[in-house]
Design a protein around this ligand. Structure first.
Ligand SMILES: C[S@@+](CC[C@H](N)C(=O)[O-])C[C@H]1O[C@@H](n2cnc3c(N)ncnc32)[C@H](O)[C@@H]1O
Length: 261
C-alpha cells in the first residue's frame, strides 16, 4: 500500500481528472479530515478505495461532493456587515446612477444572493435588479432555485424584509418569485473557470477560508481584475485581506475592499 500522503496525492489527481476539482488548492489537513471521516463511515479504508467506489456508484460521488462543498449559509449572515453594505457601500456605488453589476460567488443554497436582492430593493425596484450567483455545487444551486428555507436561515433577516419577501409554507419560508427573478444561477468553479469583468460589487464569503494561501493569492488577483475601478469586494467575517494594496484594493470598511481607481 502507498504511504498515506502519496495516496492522498494520487486521490487528488484522480478527482481532478474525474470532476475538474483541484483538491490541492484546499487546506490539506482540514479536507483530509472531512473526507476520511466520511469514507470510514461508509466502510472504506483508504482514499483510493473511496475513489474506486465513486467511479462505480454515483451516490458515493455525490456524497463526496456534498462533504467537500460545505454549504452552510444564512440570510444576512453577520447582520452588522449587511447594515454597512446598505448604509455606506451601496449609496457610494450608486452615486453615478448606472445599473449595478453584482456577483455572489460561492452562493451556496441562495441565501446570499437573495439577501443582496432584498438589500438592493431598498434603493430600486426589484425589476431593475439582476444578480449573478455561482457555486461549484450543482445540488446547492438546485436548492437555491427552489428558494425554501427553515426559520433558522432567517434569524438575521429584519422583520420588515421577512414580511415583504417571504411567505410561510408549513415549516418553511419561501422567497417571493419577484426576488427569485432577480438572480441568475450558474455553476462555476472559482479555481478553474474564467471570471466575468466590470463588476460593481462582488460578494465572496466563507469559502476562501477553505483554500490554501496560494489559491487565495490567485483568487484575490482574479477578483480584483473582475472589479471595475471603484467597485467593491465584500468578504466573510473571518476573511480579512491583510495586504489589500498588493491586489490594487483598499479598505472601504471592515471586510469591504474597494478597487483602486
Ligand atoms: C460555507 S458556503 C458559503 C455560502 C455563502 N457565501 C455564505 O457566506 O453564507 C461555501 C460554498 O462554497 C462553495 N465552493 C467550494 N469550493 C468552490 C469552488 N472551487 N468554486 C465555487 N464554489 C465553491 C461550496 O459549494 C459552498 O456552497
Amino acid at each position: 500500500m502507498l504511504p498515506v500522503s502519496d495516496e492522498y496525492i494520487e486521490f487528488i489527481h484522480s478527482i481532478k481528472q474525474k470532476t475538474g476539482i483541484d483538491l490541492s488548492l484546499y487546506k490539506e489537513a482540514q479536507m483530509k479530515r472531512r473526507l476520511t471521516s466520511l469514507y470510514e463511515k461508509q466502510g472504506f479504508k483508504t482514499f483510493m478505495e473511496f475513489y474506486q467506489a465513486m467511479t462505480k456508484d454515483k451516490k458515493v460521488l455525490n456524497d463526496f461532493l456534498d462533504r467537500m462543498t460545505i454549504n452552510v449559509s444564512e440570510f444576512y449572515r453577520n447582520g452588522k456587515r449587511w447594515e454597512v453594505l446598505q448604509q455606506k457601500i451601496l449609496p457610494s456605488l450608486m452615486k453615478n446612477g448606472r445599473k449595478l453589476k453584482v456577483w455572489s460567488a460561492a452562493c451556496s443554497t441562495g441565501e446570499e444572493p437573495y439577501s443582496l436582492a432584498m438589500v438592493l430593493s431598498q434603493f430600486m425596484s426589484l425589476s431593475e435588479i439582476s444578480i449573478l450567483a455561482t457555486d461549484l455545487d450543482a445540488n446547492a444551486i438546485e436548492k437555491a432555485k427552489i428558494g425554501l428555507y427553515t426559520e433558522r436561515a432567517l434569524a438575521e433577516v429584519p422583520i420588515k424584509i421577512k414580511q415583504t419577501h417571504f411567505t410561510e409554507q408549513g415549516a418553511f419560508y419561501k422567497v417571493s418569485d419577484e426576488v427569485k427573478r432577480t438572480v441568475s444561477f450558474r455553476q462555476h468553479n472559482l479555481l478553474n473557470d474564467p471570471f466575468d469583468k466590470q463588476f460593481d460589487l462582488i460578494v465572496c464569503r466563507n469559502v476562501m477560508i477553505y483554500f490554501t494561501d496560494e489559491a487565495k493569492d490567485i483568487l484575490y488577483r482574479k477578483f480584483s481584475d473582475a472589479l471595475r475601478p471603484g467597485g467593491v469586494f465584500f468578504v466573510g467575517s473571518t476573511e480579512q485581506i491583510f495586504n489589500p494594496s498588493v491586489y490594487k484594493l483598499e479598505t472601504a470598511d471592515t471586510f469591504f475592499y474597494r478597487k483602486q481607481v
